[in-house]
Design a protein around this ligand. Sequence first.
Ligand SMILES: [Zn+2]
Length: 275
Amino acid sequence: KAVRFSITVMSVSVQAEGEEEAVTIFRESKPNSELTCKPLCLMLVDESDHETLTAVLGPLVAERNAMKHSRLILSLGGLPRSIRFLFRGTGYDEKMVREMEGLEASGSTYICTLCDSTRAEASHNMVLHSITRSHDENLERYELWRTNPFSESAEELRDRVKGVSAKPFMETQPTLDALHCDIGNATEFYKIFQDEIGEVYRRPNPSREERRSWRATLDKQLRRKMKLRPVMRMNGNYARRLMTREAVEAVCELVPSEERRDALRELMGLYLQMK
Ligand SMILES: [Zn+2]
């Protein structure tokens, strides 16, 4: 497997002496382009192999930490300028975030890389979440995990550190990655499509059989019109195909009410605009 670690200069700002606010003089418009996103390190390594990955990236992380905590003084135009670097780690997928932040693998009870929610809690509350995890706290938790200062049982200790089980290695920005965002949204739309086909707004609490038949109808239509084969679990490719005008048109053929069809088209239109 190949793992690439790259860097982009996202923006440059200048703060004049005595001024409160900095002025941004450069902002990268294509941060993902290969012209601007330069590889710092290309390695042949399995990204889940924590030991090898940390050994290869170790020097890079050390240098980055040194840069974070110091200033570079350069003479530009005859005047010494003090330059500071701010790093933001982005573009990691969930697996890599877990790896970098020392969290248990994705099968863990501690399901979320952004908060302390467990699987059971998350299944009861899928909406109200806020980002509470941070790199510094993960580091503190690792110390608790390593030293077990309160002499707790393995179970108690694991609950205290909320699934931190390795030393956090590099700071990542706690955000949702684009892939999982797409998957989450498409999962929701897939449910909405079924409900609209069955006109659930007119008769709440449908039976399990009814729901199953709506789903079968939706699957059949998507297969016929979009060449989309039903999946056990939403994935990125399915999500990208489902979240299109074409797909919503296919679904609308099965929605009896004109008003609901328009609403569905508008909803997808808004989503695509937002994206
Ligand atoms: Zn969460």
